[in-house]
Ligand binder design. Structure first.
Ligand SMILES: *[C@@H]1O[C@H](CO)[C@@H](O)[C@H](O)[C@H]1NC(C)=O
Ligand SMILES: *[C@@H]1O[C@H](CO)[C@@H](O)[C@H](O)[C@H]1NC(C)=O
Ligand SMILES: *[C@@H]1O[C@H](CO)[C@@H](O)[C@H](O)[C@H]1NC(C)=O
Ligand SMILES: *[C@@H]1O[C@H](CO)[C@@H](O)[C@H](O)[C@H]1NC(C)=O
Length: 469
């Protein structure tokens, strides 16, 4: 079958699927959201496990996807592997051996000669050797994400009562290597998480800051690994000052990249990576660009507005679905080549996660609505609470009726993004990288490991109830 015919067939199947079973009043999802979440959790976990150590690869190899052709994602990216292992480390059903294999594989890549010859080498072959063709390198978020993952694995190792020696002798030296690298390079431009722009990135700095601060706590907790953490603390502080510069009071959102040396030009500066960063640091719960903070919410609002107008899929949207979200408005990567960008599952899942993590913050400290974040709340509340907006600045205390109402509305919105994922994924639970901007049919790498991990963290944010103090 020629490529063109099979492409047309795929398109047609998508159309038939979506239009035959989806009348104007029914979504073709046979399961309620709750039932689907439970089933998808199992499927996503199974699929992630299937993408780890596939036949013919070195132990500890986390494939980005099993897709080897159009696109070829059969590599391990330091970033993807770290983000995925961070997620599965918190799941009790994950066998610890999977994680220690991951650690072994990564430690070997730390000392493998690569083109970059640095810890920011982005991707590795199935046998652990470095990828040698031209690529956007270095990508310095990778070592930070890996250090965060390693510290999580250490905590779990310790909690399960295993020997401290593994932490001291294996994990600590590897973590230290990554952190020292971050200390050296954080001011230098590098490629972003989408591997397209050489510059200084909000996302990259945010994960670096978190890695350094996590390390301060980590080394203090493991007292038999005496360590001077002052330099981590002071570097994190310097990084904070740099991160603040990404806020544009003129645009009223955070721009994703500065000091661009090379790569894609993005006129808007809007990028969902800003929200991915907020979700990723939320566990620190320190209010520094966390999901519930005003500048992150303002950015979420601006980004959603952009995607609403860009993707035909978002026009006349069924009221039970949330906006389909992509990486950034100017995106032209369609999952295989260059044409027009599509919504991504990880980006859409990020909104669910962001809302639920924000709700947790609001329950603790209440909500202040001001000039920066008013537009976000206006979208959320619509006409339902006009008295929210009478003053320029309003405070809604934890436990107040107004706050309960706001949280209720945010919950409804958060679940709609999940419904969007449920609607556009395959009926058997597969989740690719993207879905088509016109008809919603899955596009790009099949069963992207990161897509499944993003679903799991979004669902976890929904289910976890952090204690209110
Ligand atoms: C974990 O994986 C290892 C290696 O594959 C296996 O030997 C062990 O039985 C597994 N443990 C559990 C509890 O499944
Ligand atoms: C709204 O912005 C103000 C001013 O920056 C901030 O103090 C407040 O926490 C923000 N509210 C929320 C819910 O983020
Ligand atoms: C509220 O904001 C508007 C526009 O930003 C300003 O003109 C007005 O003076 C403010 N009102 C109060 C009571 O601060
Ligand atoms: C769903 O079906 C597709 C096509 O048959 C298959 O490639 C994929 O592995 C299946 N996914 C799951 C999670 O079973």
């Amino acid at each position: 079958m020629s490529m063109l015919i099979s492409y047309l067939l795929i398109l047609l199947t998508g159309l038939v699927y979506h239009y035959s079973s989806a009348g104007p009043d029914t979504l073709p999802t046979e399961l309620s959201l709750e039932a689907w979440l439970a089933r998808q959790h199992v499927t996503s976990f199974k699929t992630i496990m299937n993408n780890i150590n596939p036949p013919g690869t070195s132990r500890g190899f986390f494939a980005a996807s099993l897709s080897t052709y159009k696109p070829d994602y059969f590599y391990t990216w330091t970033r993807d592997a770290a983000l995925v292992s961070r997620v599965i480390t918190s799941l009790p059903e994950t066998n610890l051996t999977i994680l220690t294999d991951y650690v072994d594989f990564q430690i070997r890549t730390q000392v493998t000669p690569t083109v970059c010859n640095c810890l920011g080498e982005p991707k590795f072959n199935t046998d652990g050797t470095g990828y040698t063709s031209p690529w956007g390198r270095p990508q310095n978020d990778g070592p930070a994400e890996r250090a965060i993952a390693f510290m999580k694995i250490a905590d779990r190792w310790y909690l399960e009562g295993h020997d401290q020696a593994y932490i001291t002798n294996i994990l600590v030296p590897a973590i230290t290597k990554d952190l020292n690298y971050i200390k050296d390079v954080w001011q230098q431009p590098c490629y972003d998480l989408w591997e397209e722009i050489d510059g200084i990135h909000f996302y990259t700095l945010m994960v670096m800051r978190r890695a350094l601060l996590d390390a301060v706590d980590f080394f203090n907790a493991h007292s038999d690994t005496p360590f001077r953490t002052d330099s981590y603390k002071s570097t994190a502080y310097q990084i904070e000052k740099r991160i603040e510069l990404f806020w544009s009071s003129h645009l009223n959102y955070i721009t994703s990249t500065q000091d661009v040396r090379n790569g894609v030009q993005k006129a808007s500066g809007l990028d969902v990576s800003t929200l991915l960063a907020a979700n990723l640091v939320s566990e620190r719960n320190d209010g520094f660009f966390t999901p519930g903070s005003d500048k992150i919410l303002a950015t979420a609002h601006a980004l959603e507005n952009a995607f609403k107008s860009i993707y035909p899929l978002n026009q006349q949207l069924d009221e039970r679905l949330g906006t389909s979200i992509g990486r950034y408005p100017e995106d032209v990567y369609d999952g295989v080549g260059i044409s027009l960008g599509n919504p991504w599952f990880i980006a859409t899942a990020a909104y669910t996660e962001l809302y639920y993590l924000a709700i947790k913050e609001w329950k603790q400290v209440g909500v202040v609505i001001n000039g920066i974040n008013r537009s976000f709340f206006h979208r959320l509340l619509g006409n339902s609470a006009p008295n929210f907006f009478q003053q320029n600045t309003s405070y809604y205390a934890p436990g107040s009726l107004e706050l309960e109402h706001l949280i209720y509305k945010a919950t409804l919105s958060a679940d709609k993004y999940l419904a969007t994922i449920q609607y556009h994924q395959a009926r058997n639970g597969s989740i690719s990288e993207q879905f088509d901007r016109y008809i919603g049919y899955m596009a790009g790498a099949r069963d992207l490991t990161w897509s499944h991990a993003a679903f799991l963290t979004a669902a976890k944010a929904k289910s976890t109830k952090r204690p209110i103090f």
